[in-house]
Ligand binder design. Structure first.
Ligand SMILES: N[C@@H](CCC(=O)N[C@@H](CS)C(=O)NCC(=O)O)C(=O)O
Length: 208
């Protein structure tokens, strides 16, 4: 398999690399990384658009030549190929709760961070035309209140969806780090989120 990838700070390919690292060396070895240079227009080439018509990374090329996009969908496929350790849950109940948390991370925190990035950050000004700066900036507050909500939820919990690291933690780590990089810092009073962040960042997979 091949993973069309982009280096840090791109948050989504990082999720797949981290997922593979958590699955272990056999999974890592099964996927060749092919870097696509976002800054040099690599996502807009006919070759890449044929892999993913949306023009984004990551894309996983399966061994039969099929292209699969969307980070969580890619990880779900890899979960089937490399079931241990399970990161999408075992029982229907575990699976549903992990799905709930993954969606909450993406929707409640990812949406305001994404809107801030697209509409308030100078880096995207050339590609997001027009940028609605006031709207973009308004997402800082939405992100902060989502972090505040998450901080309460994480009280007494080791990982986002319970006692084991799951896809929800991987999504949250890459999101919090990317948000930090674009200027959305964790509030100093988000103690539970910070403790969780230290715990997950300390894993070797965090630097994959
Ligand atoms: N929903 C997609 C989002 C992928 C995404 O936004 N990838 C970024 C890199 S981290 C990208 O390709 N951005 C370029 C663009 O959207 O033009 C997923 O989960 O894979």
């Amino acid at each position: 398999m091949k993973l069309y990838n982009a280096a840090m700070p791109a948050p989504n390919p990082r999720r797949v690399r981290m997922f593979l690292a958590e699955k272990g060396p056999k999974a890592v070895a099964a996927v060749e990384l092919v870097d696509v240079d976002i800054m040099k227009g690599g996502l807009r080439t006919p070759e890449h658009l044929a892999r993913n018509s949306v023009g984004q990374v990551p894309v996983l090329e399966l061994n039969d030549g099929t292209f699969l996009s969307e980070t969580v969908s890619i990880c779900r496929y890899l979960e089937g190929e490399f079931p241990d350790p399970p990161m999408f849950g075992r029982s229907p109940k575990e699976q549903a709760f992990i799905d709930q948390w993954t969606r909450r991370v993406e929707l409640r925190l990812g949406t305001p961070a994404g809107m801030f990035w697209r509409h308030a950050h100078p880096f995207t000004a050339k590609v997001v035309v027009p940028q609605y700066k006031e709207f973009g900036e308004s997402n800082r507050e939405h992100y902060n209140s989502a972090v505040k909500w998450l901080d309460k939820e994480l009280s007494g919990r080791i990982f986002v969806a319970g006692d084991d690291l799951t896809i929800a933690d991987i999504c949250l780590l890459s999101l919090v780090d990317f948000a930090d990089w674009i200027g959305l810092k964790l509030s100093p009073d988000a103690g539970n989120v910070k403790a969780w962040h230290e715990r997950v960042s300390a894993r070797p997979s965090a630097s994959a």
